[in-house]
Design a protein around this ligand. Structure first.
Ligand code: ADP
Length: 233
């Protein structure tokens, strides 16, 4: 059963040490995200957005503090449970799509389910449904290189949703797209959060993405400096 899609970041800090250099990328951040929220994480480059996303997605561990997702503290999970968390509870979308070029669109979307050991018939059925949901059913047999950037990112979204995670994280997912593709993708993310089953958190430089979000959290120098419901909708 998937975890409840609420995120609680509790006084979290992340320090990177490289040689003599000590960078506190995230400093004492606390954040409660209600289920079904579409949240935009904004702020200048280097302010800690990616680091915070990676901590929530358990791609990295905090130096201090606690992250609770669906009532479960990530710090309490052993390696197997963390692997399950990354596979089933979170979906991740990146700026540069990260699709496997030798696989078709359908095969890329199927991969997380195959890794999770789902039966082939169920995988086929769900791939078709996901491609329908992101508007790419007609592209199932194409390779990523035959698709536009916007289409590739939709495939990446379908892949991130494969195991039906309650939490979708995106690191500059529209950063490499033209305005039209970016708008379409923003609408897709907003729609995914709307039915309340899924929480969407995107790190973004895009004012349009921020304007479409339910809530905008602004970071600077590793700290949250502003946290408000978005005005424009
Ligand atoms: P943003 O996503 O807002 O651009 P990041 O989270 O990528 O910011 O980076 C925050 C700070 O942490 C920056 O100063 C960056 O250089 C530093 N940083 C990020 N990852 C690492 C790392 N793996 N090792 C050392 N420093 C890092």
């Amino acid at each position: 059963m998937p975890l409840e899609p609420a995120v609680s970041v509790r006084d979290v800090s992340k320090v990177y040490l490289s040689g003599d250099l000590r960078v506190e990328a995230v400093r004492g951040v606390s954040l409660d995200v209600a289920p079904g929220t579409f949240l935009a994480l904004v702020g200048p480059s280097g302010c800690g957005k990616s680091t915070l996303l990676n901590l929530i997605g358990a791609l990295d561990r905090p130096t201090r503090g606690e992250i609770v997702v669906g009532g479960v503290s990530l710090g309490a999970l052993d390696d197997d449970a963390l692997t399950r968390y990354r596979r089933r509870t979170v979906g991740f979308v990146f700026q540069f799509f990260n699709l496997l070029p030798s696989l078709t669109v359908a095969e890329n979307v199927a991969l997380p389910m195959q890794i999770d050991g789902r039966p082939a018939a169920a995988v086929r059925e769900r791939v078709a449904r996901l491609l329908e949901e992101v508007g790419l059913a007609h592209r199932a047999g194409h390779r990523p290189a035959q698709l536009s950037g916007g289409e590739q990112q939709r495939v990446a979204v379908a892949r991130a949703l494969a195991n039906d995670p309650p939490l979708l994280l995106g690191d500059e997912p529209t950063g490499n797209l033209d305005t039209r593709a970016s708008q379409a993708l923003t609408a897709l993310f907003a729609g995914l959060a709307r039915d309340g089953r899924r929480t969407v958190i995107l790190a973004t430089h895009s004012p349009e993405v921020a304007a479409a979000a339910d809530r905008v959290v602004r970071m600077r120098d590793g700290e949250v400096v502003e946290d408000a419901a978005a005005v424009a909708r």
